[in-house]
Design a protein around this ligand. Structure first.
Ligand SMILES: [Cu+2]
Length: 391
């Protein structure tokens, strides 16, 4: 590409997106939102709904790995065309936070004297990917924060604007990726990196496996639920298998060897891999503090004298890119499981935590790590790897 035309303008990238209503199961203990709402690529809508129904009939109901916040990608300079459809009996929309668009056609809202760009059926939106970074999108047809509204039930996603000519590949198969939380990003002139989308969200309408309000086993009181990317690992469910203090001490309460993997998606890398976390607040009410152990990043990623931090406060509808210094494992080259969580402890306790799993040797992907099973402690250390050959 000629440098004077860099980045390329006018490339059109089209997505067909549908909103569907399904129960979203948040963990293997059967905690679920019976009225879940999510955006999916149209070509996946039918399969997702079918697989969800099968898993919801299990006792307890089980999550389906493809039920995750929709993440789409574009290159800097692209024009993004979205065809949005649904057949739910209400008005819905997609409103993007931070990219340019014409407010009369593509705001996804009904505001003042602007034309109404929400829909009861189908609408096209045009966005301009004019800045790199991660941008939340969500339903703005019902912008409230109550259970009558939509964001609380999961109707949000994100678009990530990658560098010009960057490619995004499936980290498990090495194939081109249509959408997904996790990607390997290859870009001209700079190192490839692992990209992890992490959505914090809160104030969930949650039922337990029996359809009742979850309660805390210690107090008997109603227990709230906070989540990462449509999954949650509340401590109320995570009772030790024995009452031997050696099996239930604080220092191993997050251990996958003892309890199995937590429900929210686990990030995976080889030690030293360059990595960016695209942090999104898809929730409606509360500010959270994202805290990642053993790693740091600069508050302003491109600014070499910007403050180095390991925690960041994030409020509803905010997004940050965390460009992790020294990559996976940081300067000390740590391997194994590294926790990240909301640093407000009630939220941590109510499910807002998971792991970054960092390997020190080549791992085969056997396609069997998405759900937890009896062998999960063993399966969990498999995965990644195919794309390592490309480096
Ligand atoms: Cu929090």
């Amino acid at each position: 590409m000629e440098l004077c035309k860099y980045p390329a303008k006018g490339n059109i990238r089209t997505f067909h997106i549908e909103a569907i209503q399904i129960p979203i199961v948040y963990n293997r203990y059967g905690d679920h939102d019976p009225d879940g709402l999510l955006y999916v690529l149209e070509e996946e809508a039918e399969q997702i709904q079918k697989e969800v129904r099968i898993r919801f009939e299990q006792n307890p109901p089980q999550p389906y790995e493809k039920v995750q916040p929709l993440v789409i990608r574009a290159n800097l300079g692209d024009t993004v065309k979205i065809r949005f459809r649904h057949n739910l009996n209400r008005r819905l929309s997609i409103h993007v936070q931070g990219l340019s668009y014409d407010v009369n056609t593509s705001d996804g809202a009904a505001v003042g004297f602007n034309a109404d760009s929400t829909t009861g059926g189908e609408i096209w939106y045009t966005w301009y990917a004019d800045r790199e970074g991660v941008y939340l999108f969500h339903d703005m047809a019902s912008p409230g924060s109550s259970e009558e509204s939509t964001n609380i039930h999961g109707l949000f996603g994100a678009i990530i604007v990658e560098p010009p000519e960057a490619e995004w590949l499936d980290p498990q198969t090495g194939e081109e990726l249509e959408s997904g939380l996790m990607a390997d990003i290859y870009q001209p002139g700079k190192p490839a990196f692992r990209e992890y989308s992490v959505f914090f969200h809160d104030e969930l309408e949650m039922k337990n496996k029996d359809g009742n309000q979850p309660t805390d086993p210690h107090t008997g009181l109603p227990s709230g639920t906070t989540a990462i990317s449509y999954r949650s690992e509340p401590m109320r469910n995570r009772m030790p298998l024995t009452h031997d203090p050696a099996d239930s001490g604080e220092e191993i309460s997050m251990s996958s060897w003892v309890y199995g993997d937590p429900a929210p998606p686990i990030l995976r890398a080889y030690v030293g891999d360059p990595a960016k976390i695209r942090l999104v607040h898809g929730g409606v009410k509360e500010t959270h503090v994202f805290h990642l152990h053993n790693h740091q990043w600069r508050l302003e990623g491109e600014n070499p004298v910007s403050t180095i931090i390991d925690s960041i406060s994030i409020s509803p509808q905010e997004c940050y890119t965390l460009d992790i210094l020294y990559g996976a494992g940081s300067l000390n080259g740590v391997i194994g499981d590294v926790i990240f969580h909301c640093h407000l402890y009630p939220h941590f306790h109510e499910g807002m935590w998971t792991l970054w799993r960092i390997h020190d040797r080549l791992e085969d992907w056997d396609g069997n790590t998405a759900g937890w099973d009896e062998d999960s402690a063993v399966n969990a250390v498999k995965g990644q790897g195919k794309t390592a050959e490309k480096r």
